[in-house]
Design a protein around this ligand. Structure first.
Ligand code: PAF
Length: 302
């Protein structure tokens, strides 16, 4: 597998391939790859001449008390998985090349970064937007692929791309779930067997909400109360119904919304979400666990 570790070398490779007329798809990851990542790679391989997967555990998106040191690092295994998916190049920059001494420049996406996960992780989206901007500047992709499990992250990146004229198409793809409904996440590795079972009430609660809304419930407080009931055994961080683009809370469901939840299961914080558009016929017949497939397939437009 070809691996590049330095931003300058990465940018040169990307410019050279572009000069040859090749299109480039980027799949940004922090490694510890699971099927969710692989589905992004598959889409990129299908839609672009070349696919770059970045693997970088980004220190700027972890607070000092968070799991930066424990975050799983499995580069060899990740390279093998990426190669099997048809990825052409791994970009695995060194932290010192990404954030040299006296590093001082950050990207902030105002308002969208403040709610939901931004409340308990105020540093987080600044770190994400900054590293994604840097990855875009070095891999110079035509398209970049993100999973909708991180719904707020996708909204923020789309807005950054639009506002800062990156000219990159953002492709947001459905959450990939285990057969019992648990959204795939690199952090699922932290769950004990009993916590993993307890975590299933998260996807169950989203299904319940989807059924409620598909049946015509428009009152956000009633939907949230139902979700809270199903998730009562967990330490809930938030349950919110927000406008799907602005990420601001709604009182009633009139247009596309995202129901987003975060909860601690044991020591592990998990997030999940579903999107719902009352004008979309799809929702008349919700499928169990298939809760994200209605999503916005429009690229780059949030
Ligand atoms: O979703 C992730 O894995 C990370 O937030 C990302 C987008 C790779 C930035 O570090």
């Amino acid at each position: 597998m070809n691996i590049i570790h330095h931003p300058d070398e990465m940018r040169q490779w990307a410019f050279d391939r572009r000069a040859e007329g090749k299109t480039i798809g980027l799949v940004p990851t922090m490694g510890a790859l699971h099927e969710g990542h692989l589905s992004l790679m598959q889409a990129s391989v299908e839609e672009n001449d070349l696919t770059v997967a970045s693997i970088f555990v980004n220190p700027a998106q972890f607070a000092p008390h968070e799991d930066y040191d424990q975050y799983p690092r499995t580069l060899k295994d990740d390279c093998a998985k990426s190669e099997a998916m048809g990825v052409d190049l791994i970009y695995a920059p060194n932290a010192s090349a990404m954030y040299p001494r006296n590093y001082a420049s950050y990207v902030e996406v105002e308002r969208l970064q403040d709610g939901l996960c931004g409340v308990t992780r105020p540093h987080f989206f600044r770190g994400v937007a900054t590293v994604v901007a840097k990855l875009f500047n070095t891999t110079v992709p035509h398209k970049a692929y993100f999973g909708l499990k991180d719904g707020q992250q996708v909204g923020i990146i789309k807005r950054m791309v639009r506002d800062l004229d990156f000219g990159i198409e953002i492709v947001a793809l459905p959450t990939i779930r285990e057969s019992d409904g648990l959204a795939m996440s690199s952090r699922n590795k932290y769950l004990s067997d009993s916590d993993r079972k307890r975590a299933l009430c998260i996807s169950r609660s989203l299904n319940t909400a989807q059924e409620l809304m598909a049946a015509g419930e428009v009152d956000a407080a009633r939907v949230i109360a139902k979700v809270r009931e199903v998730m009562h055994s967990l330490e809930i961080d938030y349950i919110e119904l927000v406008d799907a683009e602005e990420l601001t809370p709604v009182d009633s469901i009139k247009g596309p919304v995202m129901l987003a939840v975060a909860a601690k299961v044991g020591d592990t914080r998990l997030i999940d979400n579903m999107r719902f558009d009352p004008t979309d016929d799809f929702h008349a017949a919700p499928k169990q666990y298939d809760i994200n497939t209605s999503i916005d397939s429009e690229a780059g437009g949030a």
